[in-house]
Design a protein around this ligand. Structure first.
Ligand code: PLP
Length: 465
């Protein structure tokens, strides 16, 4: 693969030079000359420095929700980057603006939105900011409600938008307590509910289907934060039995007001690619502005700067996503096969953890994040210290066997709700968390769990039976 990839990369560089030459030669300025020998030496230094990077591509990276970009995304990004289009307006990126409209329409089709307006963003955080910005316009003077396990940036963005933020508790699966939500909505304080489809911590899915009733009854706005979980909408069938799957929450997204999904998480893209979609194209009115610099026509479709808070945006990111979707379409038999593998990896991993004596499953995985903790410690502080130790022992092992995990800080009440009996000698503690986002992890789940179990502290004989 890698020599074919190098050939493609040099073909792209050559084609771009030819395209440039088609505009006619011009005299180079002496100050813009590049010392290629010196650049080569700098690249040596750069590669040495990058050698210290975390190996997101490797199956033994079983920590945060990240992976290597797809080769199609790499070539698509490079080809786009060489011409450096700006998707702010049609004149800045005529080719990549069209690609962005196409990929956004495909994302909207994945959620079966009957109509849509939307665009790519630099991240999930900015995409959620846009959704909350529009919510402030449609429900002025009212607050935003989300669960205690929603992404931390919702609170920050509410502060930025000067919207009151309301947190409600979660249940034993980590999903929003909708009764608590309804009490607040009934009080009139809340204009918008943020439902998370796949929380960042444990991958829990908020009750989207039941929340639709609150929308009907109280006119509350529903925003779905599916930054991590959105692509699971591709698993649409009712009979995904081996995946232990309920497609209902994903089907309910089409009846909500907005949804955010991060192509740079499960969509095989390099960082710098989030997306926000609105069900009502009329929300474009809230973005109305005058730009003295760029060629905008009020209300004209095509100008993405007319419907986004950011000004300059990478056309290369749209090219990367477009190229990827030609290779891996948003269908059950396209990207859906990869999500089915990562789901199976999580189920297998969770079963093995549940069977091991060294590790305890924190909760059953809903998507492809598994949470667990060492079994030997009997106290919160003991679990916290052992989890932290396992994280660093795994990471600092010799490179050819290092294993990369992440930790999640949970409250004592979270352990209790899930039926774990630990002495709550501290208000919270860290457990271990593995986002299994690479299909290869389905093939090596047993090795991964065995290796993690070997890092766990040994149970003391006195505590046995
Ligand atoms: C990752 C994530 C975000 C933030 O997205 P970024 O792309 O990291 O800015 C927001 N919400 C959820 C549920 C996430 O998983």
């Amino acid at each position: 693969m890698s020599s074919e990839l190098s050939k493609l990369l040099s073909r792209i560089v050559d084609a771009t030079r030819e395209w440039e030459a088609s505009f006619g030669e011009f005299g180079p300025h002496p100050d813009t000359g590049v010392d290629v020998e010196r650049l080569g030496a700098v690249v040596d230094d750069l590669l040495t420095r990058l050698g210290a990077s975390t190996p997101f591509f490797h199956p033994r990276y079983a920590g945060q929700m990240t992976r290597a970009p797809h080769p199609a995304a790499v070539v698509g990004y490079l080809a786009g980057m060489l011409v450096n289009p700006n998707n702010h307006d049609f004149a800045g990126g005529p080719a990549t603006t069209q690609m962005e409209h196409e990929v956004v329409a495909e994302l909207a089709a994945m959620f079966a939105l009957p109509a849509h307006i939307g665009h790519l963003t630099s991240s999930g955080t900015i995409a959620n900011l846009e959704a909350l910005f529009v919510a402030r316009q449609t429900h002025p003077g009212r607050g935003v409600l989300f669960s205690a396990d929603a992404h931390f940036t919702h609170e920050r963005m509410c502060a930025l938008l000067e919207m009151p933020a309301h947190r409600v508790p979660t249940d034993a699966r980590g999903a929003m307590d909708l009764d608590a939500a309804e009490r607040l909505v009934r009080s009139g304080a809340v204009g918008t509910i943020v439902l998370t489809a796949g929380t960042t911590g444990v991958g829990a899915i908020d009750p989207i289907v039941d929340a639709l009733t609150l929308k009907q009854q109280y006119g509350v706005r529903l925003h779905v934060d599916a930054a991590y979980g959105g692509y699971f909408a591709l698993l649409t069938s009712d009979d995904e039995l081996e995946l232990e799957w309920d497609p209902a929450p994903w089907r309910a997204i089409r009846s909500c007001d907005s949804v955010v999904v991060d192509p740079h998480k499960h969509g095989l893209q390099p960082y710098g690619c989030g997306a926000v979609l609105f069900a009502d194209p009329a929300v474009a009115q809230y973005y109305h502005h005058d730009s003295p610099y760029t060629r905008m026509f009020s209300g004209a479709p095509g100008h993405l700067g007319e419907i986004s808070l950011e000004c300059s945006r990478s056309g290369a990111a749209a090219a990367a996503l477009w190229t990827t979707l030609q290779m891996v379409p948003l269908r059950r038999d396209g990207l859906g096969t990869l999500l089915a593998s990562t789901r199976r990896a999580a189920l297998a991993f969770a079963r093995l953890v549940a069977q091991s004596s060294e590790l305890t499953l924190y909760q059953r995985p809903e998507l492809d994040i598994v949470t667990y903790f060492p079994s030997a410690p009997r106290t919160m502080s003991g679990v916290d210290a052992a989890s932290g130790q396992m994280l660093s022992d795994g990471m600092f092992a010799p490179r050819s066997e290092a294993i990369f995990l992440s930790t999640l800080s949970v409250e004592a009440a979270g352990f209790r709700r899930r039926g774990h009996r630990l002495a709550a000698d501290a208000p919270r503690g860290r457990i271990l968390r593995s986002a299994l986002m690479k299909p290869e992890q389905e093939l090596c789940a047993a090795e991964l769990v065995a290796q993690i179990a070997a890092l766990a502290p040994v149970e003391q004989a006195a505590h046995r039976r």
